[in-house]
Design a protein around this ligand. Sequence first.
Ligand code: IMP
Length: 196
Amino acid sequence: MKLVLATNNMGKVREFARILEPLGISLLTQQQAGVQVQPEENGTTFAENARIKAMAVYQATGLPTIADDSGLCIDALDGQPGVYSARYYGEDTPYTEKNRYILSQLERLPQETRTARIVAHNTSVLTPEQNLACAKDCESPIGKAPARAGGFGYDPIFYVGDKSFAQLDGEAKDAVSHRGKALAKLYEQFKKLQEN
Ligand code: IMP
């Protein structure tokens, strides 16, 4: 199966390829599919925005498309950045600064109230009538300081045990991450479709 991946976020492209290609699903980036679509993400939920992105790229390419809408929800910030994760503290602000800003807002909070989750919703538009959707999250606290190695986005401040997401190697992150779990669920749905 071939899917166009509706994103310009290279961190997501790497993770999708790492998770789906070993399962026999080949991915085309928007660039490889010859389109440059950036729909306005004006939904108020992850599910709505995933569908907006998948549908826009499906309409531009006519090819089966998958999109993911994801974000970090921090309890002490009333769920922010949430669906606005990419735009939070300025769309073009480097993540080092966004992460520093978040840590400064949580500065005085003890570990037990730094609870958060990263959420991933994916929507696949196979035809206009045949859509699949999966959602999963990964619950873990925000650390006290950023720890960087790989990863992208909010990975350096999101801690699973004593390591941030950015310090986990790809396979270790995928085994526990929102995206890894949501794509595993999606793969089960694809398999069922193929069996029918
Ligand atoms: P969108 O889904 O493209 O609207 O953007 C989601 C934003 O959430 C990304 O730009 C990242 O900042 C953040 N995000 C999503 N998934 C992850 C992840 O796995 N690690 C760190 N940050 C993430």
